[in-house]
Design a protein around this ligand. Structure first.
Ligand SMILES: Nc1nc2c(ncn2[C@@H]2O[C@H](COP(=O)(O)OP(=O)(O)OP(=O)(O)O)[C@@H](O)[C@H]2O)c(=O)[nH]1
Ligand SMILES: [Mg+2]
Length: 252
């Protein structure tokens, strides 16, 4: 069983990717289940096999503890950790090959509080990976791209799981713009040139120093452009995950 956490900033396309990739895997004759870990979501573009909203609901937490919506979301993020054993039991009960886990809308609630990394390490001993989404519309200028690079490095630093990086919603960018962002991910020189050409003053210095720090940390990766609307790139996402899980198998 392979477990894949789908993580990204709010609205970056996590839930639709969970929907499109699970359908794609099913068409490829893979046995896959989906898990919704977002207690605050109202509608989902897929029907989860396991749903945290069956364990608790934001409205109940608000009522019970007298909290506003944000306080309740923070509390819910912490409560998820207490449900780890129950989640594990449900997940292992399905005996599926793939488990896609859609994480809460606000990334910081899952990634930067204790619960997300706790679940990621404690939920079964099965091999795990993380898919990090770079929202293509947001990431298509160098300053935002570098900020997202920093966030992805912070997520890596929290989870220490093998990460696959995708440029989500790539259908929303003209192909030449998508290719430019992919080129930044592969080639630090190209990113540095874009920073020099489009940013001035402190913004330029800060972005340049931030990107240099990231590359010095050895965090290098190639963004995979993916669209959950057209299914473009899902095959490449699958190949990247197979490569990660393949290396798990040989190391066992
Ligand atoms: N064109 C296009 N739109 C997309 C794609 N993926 C997601 N969207 C749209 O982007 C919006 C947010 O997508 P979601 O999948 O809900 O994103 P999310 O990261 O789960 O959002 P939260 O959980 O609310 O943070 C929705 O309107 C989706 O229809 C894509 O590949 N292409
Ligand atoms: Mg979502």
């Amino acid at each position: 069983m392979y477990i894949v956490f789908i993580i990204g900033t709010a609205g970056s396309g996590k839930s639709l990717l969970t929907a499109s990739f699970s359908e794609w895997l099913r068409m490829a004759k893979q046995d896959v289940i989906t898990v919704n870990l977002d207690p605050g979501v109202i509608t989902l573009p897929y029907t989860p096999n396991i749903d945290i909203r069956d364990y608790f609901r934001i409205e109940d937490i608000m009522r019970e503890y007298g909290l506003g919506p944000n306080g309740a979301l923070v509390m819910a993020a912490d409560l998820i950790a207490e449900e780890t054993d129950r989640l594990e039991e449900e997940i292992t009960g399905f005996k599926s090959d793939y488990v896609l886990i859609d994480t809460p809308g606000q990334m910081e609630l899952f990634s930067f509080r204790a619960s997300g990394p706790y679940i990621a390490s404690e939920l079964t001993n099965e091999p795990k990976a993380l898919v990090y989404l770079f929202d293509s519309v947001f990431s298509s200028n160098p300053q935002n791209y570098v900020s997202n690079l920093f966030l992805s490095a912070a997520v890596y630093n929290r989870f220490f799981l093998p990460q696959v990086y995708i440029l989500s919603k790539c259908d929303l960018l003209p192909p030449e713009d998508a290719n430019r962002v992919v080129d930044w991910s592969a080639n630090p020189k190209a990113l540095e040139t874009a920073i020099e050409e489009t940013l001035q003053g402190t913004k330029r210095l800060l972005s340049r120093d931030m990107m240099r720090v990231i590359y010095r940390l050895g965090l290098r990766f190639l963004l995979i452009p993916v669209s959950s609307k057209t299914n473009d790139g899902l095959i490449n996402l699958n190949t990247a995950l197979e490569r990660i899980f393949g290396s798990y198998d040989t190391s066992l």
